[in-house]
Ligand binder design. Structure first.
Ligand code: FAD
Length: 487
């Protein structure tokens, strides 16, 4: 019964939407579904309830059940806490989309702009137990059945984006892809805060907003925010993806959830003597692809001809022209092959959007962290609350898998800030509270956050063990650089 093709066109469209494997297909099937049901996503206040009412399909009902449970949490105040707020979210990476979902649950109107036209990152993210529970609670299992089956605790970046995009759309979030954010436009006349977008999707009627969430990833920081550089010893990360044909032989090969040199000296010694490859650590996940992430020692990269010339400056060392890509591919291939006991048959690179082997080398020597998580700008009496989430707030060290765990925490903390803003709490207090919570973010790990993650919500005290919401006082956010920027 369950495998029968649905005869109702809206059911068939819902199935296509749920199973869509690309950003464009998700958007197209969603539009077709809305058209078929005659529901307008722009009608964001009632969109979700109308969609539910008109789509009487058991598979959809399974999804509504999960979303309704989440939406009924008291923190959202029946989706009224931010009913008067309009939010622009920059970036449809996992953290921008996760934040957008929370803002929609709070009742805000949400627009996400994403400069890329597709979701194409094969690389795999480690998920902490709470993130798996969180995603399941959003109905992710109904949208991607393979999510964390068995003991798996990871997901490819693109799959996570697809899941969150689907949830966001269902909740009435507008997501514009292939649209680049190019800066904020200050209020003028009757017009409030708007954004310079390219290409401009609203040539006649610009989207005005009072909340701007920047989730543009590690290399994007909006005006007004500053970063601190955290310099560590040289750390060179390599990621490599190989095609997963999902054969029985591939299924047999054990994952490596993280071996570090100090814990398995023999493995690294054998790797070095047999292949000349010298690593600090390596992780292997079997996901949509066979994904490897490793930290390599500079000397072995030089010896194997991956890095052409030695420089003390990490940027010069890893500059495009100083890397031999064929040698890098061979290095990653050998490391992957050795660490899986040469058990992965027909090891073949997956390709990146440019059609080349999906292998990349990254510099983790210098990590960035924003000095502040929030700001308020006021022009002509119109206030704009700004917040950072994800990698643009704190850059993660991938082999530790902190990206999504801390990224989602920051999305929740930011949603909590927007909730306070929506509820009319004075803006200096909103900022002081947000900065107090931000102080805790970089130290969070599964050991020092609350054990009972089934009770996690956007309320910080449900997640952080020792949270003092007034660790930073109102008078401190007035100090230079003042977080309230009023002209
Ligand atoms: P991102 O996922 O980087 O998303 C930011 C989004 O903002 C992007 O889609 C970008 O196109 C968009 N954007 C940026 N500027 C603009 C603009 N001006 N206008 C509109 N849109 C804009 N983590 C791991 O744990 N393991 C890995 O192997 C790994 N590989 C990665 C490979 C790459 C190339 C990148 C960029 C990141 C990788 N990460 C990896 C980090 C991981 O992807 C992030 O920690 C995680 O995705 C959460 O990030 P985010 O949502 O904050 O930012």
């Amino acid at each position: 019964m369950a495998n029968q093709e649905p005869t109702d066109p809206s059911h068939a469209l819902f199935d296509l939407f749920v199973t869509a494997e690309s950003c464009r297909d998700v958007q197209q099937h969603f539009s077709a579904l809305c058209e078929q049901l005659q529901v307008d996503p722009k009608d964001y206040r009632v969109f979700y309830s109308k969609l539910k009412e008109r789509l009487n399909y058991w598979k959809a009902k399974d999804l509504w059940k999960e979303i309704d449970k989440r939406a009924s949490h008291k923190d959202y105040q029946q989706r009224k806490a931010c009913a008067e707020n309009k939010c622009l979210v920059l970036g449809a990476g996992p953290c921008g989309l996760r934040a957008a979902v929370e803002l929609a649950l709070l009742g805000a109107q949400v627009l996400v702009v994403e400069k890329r036209a597709s979701f194409s990152r094969n690389n795999v993210l480690h998920l902490w137990p709470y993130t798996i529970y969180d995603l399941r609670g959003l109905g992710a299992k109904k949208l991607y059945g393979r999510l964390c089956t068995g003991t798996l605790d990871h997901i490819s970046i693109r799959q996570l984006q697809l899941i969150l995009l689907k949830v966001a759309l269902v909740l009435g979030v507008e997501v514009l892809t292939a649209v680049e954010f190019q800066g904020l436009e200050e209020p003028s006349g009757d017009k409030g805060w708007t954004a310079k977008l390219h290409p401009n999707p609203h040539p006649t009627l610009a989207f005005e907003f009072d909340v701007f969430i920047s989730a543009g990833g590690g290399s994007f920081l909006p005006d007004g925010f500053k970063q601190k550089e955290l310099r560590a010893t040289l750390a060179i990360g390599i990621t490599a993806n190989f095609t997963n044909r999902h054969t029985a032989a591939e299924a047999q090969v054990a994952e490596i959830s993280g071996v570090a040199r100090i814990y398995n000296q023999k493995f690294f010694h054998d790797l070095l003597t047999q292949t000349g490859i010298d690593l600090e650590n390596i992780v292997y996940y079997k996901d949509d692809t066979h994904y490897f992430v490793m930290t390599a020692k500079k000397e072995s990269l030089l010896k194997k001809g991956v890095i052409k010339q030695d420089y003390s400056d990490a940027e010069q060392l890893l500059a495009r022209e100083n890397v031999d890509h064929d040698a890098l591919w061979r290095y990653a291939y050998e490391a992957a092959n050795f660490s899986t006991n040469r058990q992965l048959p027909e090891l073949e690179f997956a390709t990146n959007p440019a059609g080349r082997p999906d292998v990349a080398m990254f510099d983790f020597t210098c990590m960035h962290r924003a000095e502040h998580a929030s700001l308020v700008r006021e022009r002509r009496g119109k206030k704009l609350l700004m917040g950072l989430v994800g990698d643009s707030l704190v850059e993660p060290f991938w082999p530790l898998g902190t990206g999504i765990a801390r990224g989602f925490f920051a999305a929740f903390d930011t949603a909590w800030m927007v909730r306070s803003w929506g509820l009319g709490i004075p803006c200096l207090q909103v900022l002081a509270e947000r900065e107090s919570i931000y102080q805790l973010l970089s130290q969070t790990d599964p050991g020092n956050t609350k054990n009972n993650y089934t009770s996690y919500s956007i309320r910080p005290s449900t997640r952080y063990r020792h949270v003092n919401l007034s660790a930073i006082q109102v008078h401190q956010v007035r100090l230079p650089p003042p977080l309230l920027n009023r002209i």
